[in-house]
Each structure stands twice: as structure tokens, then as C-alpha cells.
Design a protein. Structure first.
Length: 201
């Protein structure tokens, strides 16, 4: 079960982005601490022991990947990475090697980030170290799925007040019932959550 206000560490050297994420995530019910570079992020992570870190990979002073390696090896704090679309495939490959729970494309859409954060926090910490929280979730669905599956799971967790294991079953059952691929069903769930006019699946 999640804490009342899970603590998040948000790391980005763009003050406007940092302020937007701080405001949006605080409104969503999280206790947010921030850092603007890699060195500061590592210090804050040790001092505050957040439940999850959200790291920009393209900072001028130290990469978010550097912070991610530190978190994975020194603190075992789980983390999501924020990456520009052009870098996302390469970041995803690197992130998988040290257990990121997900990669979110920039510019960040809070309506997608918040469910992804909730899904990441819902997973037990121990298995995440072995295989990566996102990998475990997507493995449970079977096949090779994109980030939309993780976001959709977060939406299902939040909307139906269920845990991630139940959300995985719900997403899989909807895909089977509709005869559509999991990623297509996931995209429909995301679009419905964003108010898109798309028939339910």
C-alpha cells in the first residue's frame, strides 16, 4: 500500500519544467523534492530517500543516466527517466540495463506522467531491482510492449482503485475480449482518460 504522500525526487536543469512538474505532482498528492543537476540530485537522494526519482537525461551538468546508475547501485531508489523523443529509443535500451521503471518522452504530459508514477510506486521494491518494475509489468502482459502499456496500467490503477496485478489482468482481458493488441487497447485507455472521443474497448 502506498504512503499517504509518497516522496518524489524530480531532477531537471530547466527551471520552468521543474516548476511545472513540482506544481503538478504536488497537486496530484505527492511530496516533491527537487534538484537541478546530477551532483545535487545524488545528495538529495541520499538525504531524503524518495520513493521514486524522475530524472531528466539531458542536463547540462551531469546526465540523468549518471544519477540513475548511482540510484541503482547505491540507494536502490527506483526511477523514471525523461527523454527527448529523438533520444528515447537509445535511453530505453540503456535504462533497461540498470532497472529503470520507465522512460517518459519530453515534453512531459502530466496526464500521462502521474499514472506512470502511481504504477511505478505500486510495484514492490524488491523485484524491481532484479528485472526493472516496468519490465515486470510488461512481462506479465506477455510480448514486447511500449510505454503506453505502463501508462494505461497506471490509469487503471487510479481509476478502479486496484493494485497493479489486477490492472495487468484487466488490460490483458480487454485485449482478449476486443481482439486487439495490448498496445492498441492501452492507447485507447490513455485517449479516453485524456477525454478523446474514442469508443470504449
Amino acid at each position: 500500500m502506498m504512503q499517504a504522500r509518497p516522496r518524489l525526487l524530480v531532477v531537471d536543469d530547466d527551471r520552468v519544467v521543474l516548476s511545472t512538474l513540482l506544481s503538478g505532482l504536488s497537486r496530484a498528492g505527492f511530496d516533491v523534492v527537487v534538484a537541478t543537476n546530477a551532483d545535487e540530485a545524488m545528495r538529495v537522494a541520499v538525504d531524503t530517500r524518495p520513493a521514486l526519482a524522475i530524472l531528466d537525461v539531458t542536463m547540462a551538468e551531469g546526465s540523468g543516466l549518471e544519477v540513475a546508475r548511482f540510484l541503482a547501485h547505491e540507494t536502490h531508489v527506483p526511477f523514471l527517466l525523461l527523454a527527448p523523443p529523438r533520444d528515447e529509443p537509445e535511453v530505453r535500451r540503456q535504462a533497461a540495463s540498470f532497472g529503470a521503471v520507465g522512460v517518459v518522452a519530453k515534453p512531459v504530459d502530466l496526464s500521462r506522467l502521474v499514472p506512470a508514477v502511481r504504477a511505478a510506486l505500486e510495484r514492490p521494491a524488491a523485484p524491481a531491482k532484479a528485472a526493472g518494475g516496468a519490465d515486470l509489468l510488461l512481462e506479465a502482459l506477455g510480448g514486447d510492449h511500449g510505454p503506453q502499456a505502463l501508462i494505461a496500467l497506471g490509469i487503471l490503477v487510479e481509476r478502479h482503485k486496484v493494485n497493479c496485478d489486477v490492472a495487468v489482468r484487466m488490460l490483458h482481458d480487454r485485449a482478449v475480449a476486443s481482439g486487439l493488441p495490448v498496445d492498441e487497447v492501452a492507447l485507447a485507455i490513455i485517449e479516453q482518460a485524456e477525454g478523446a472521443a474514442r469508443p470504449p474497448v
